[in-house]
Every structure is written in structure tokens, then in C-alpha cells.
Design a protein around this ligand. Sequence first.
Ligand code: HEC
Length: 75
Amino acid sequence: MSKQIGIAFVLILMIAACGGTATIAPTSAPEPTAAVETLTVGHQLFVTKGCAACHGQVGEGSAIAPALGATQGTK
Ligand code: HEC
């Protein structure tokens, strides 16, 4: 008997947990979260890893490498 009560208790907990977290608000668009520090770190990587040598300081491209973002992954 006590086992059945335990199972019922767990089920109630699961239902309560799902009801609490399953609320998705489709109306609110996500805020941009990339902090300036994050972008700075990314640019430092781009430069220190040598990407900038071919793709330019801001990915504008050069005679030997395409501008980054220009093809949007279609190539
Ligand atoms: C030695 C020069 C060189 C270096 C260094 C270099 N790339 Fe490139 N990259 C190229 C060339 C050339 C292409 C074009 C390849 C092609 O069209 O087949 C390219 C293509 C790309 C593309 C695809 C661009 C597109 O729109 O098709 C991306 C993304 C990219 N590189 C990122 C990077 C990153 C990130 C780094 C640094 C980790 C880097 N590259 C370092 C020369 C370089």
C-alpha cells in the first residue's frame, strides 16, 4: 500500500515540475546577449590565430581570402 502512495507522490511531483517549467512565451524575442567583452575576445582570437592575416582585421577579405560572412555558408 505504502508503495502505491509513494508512486502517486512521485507522479504528482513530476506533473507539478512539468507544469512549472513548460511555459514557453513565444511573444518575447530573445534579447541580444553577446557582451562587448565576448566580442572583443573573439576578435582577439581572430587576430592571434592568424585569421586576420588572410581575411583582414575585421573579416573584410583580401586578395587571397574571401570576406567572412559574404557567402553566408552557402559555399
Ligand atoms: C593562409 C590564409 C588563411 C588563413 C590564415 C585563414 N584563412 Fe579562412 N580562408 C582562406 C581562403 C583562401 C578561403 C577560401 C577557400 C575557398 O574558397 O575554397 C577561406 C575561407 C574561409 C571561410 C569560408 C568563407 C566563405 O564565406 O566561404 C571561413 C569561415 C574562414 N576561412 C575562416 C577562417 C578562420 C576563422 C581563420 C582563423 C582560425 C582562417 N579562416 C584563417 C584563407 C585563410
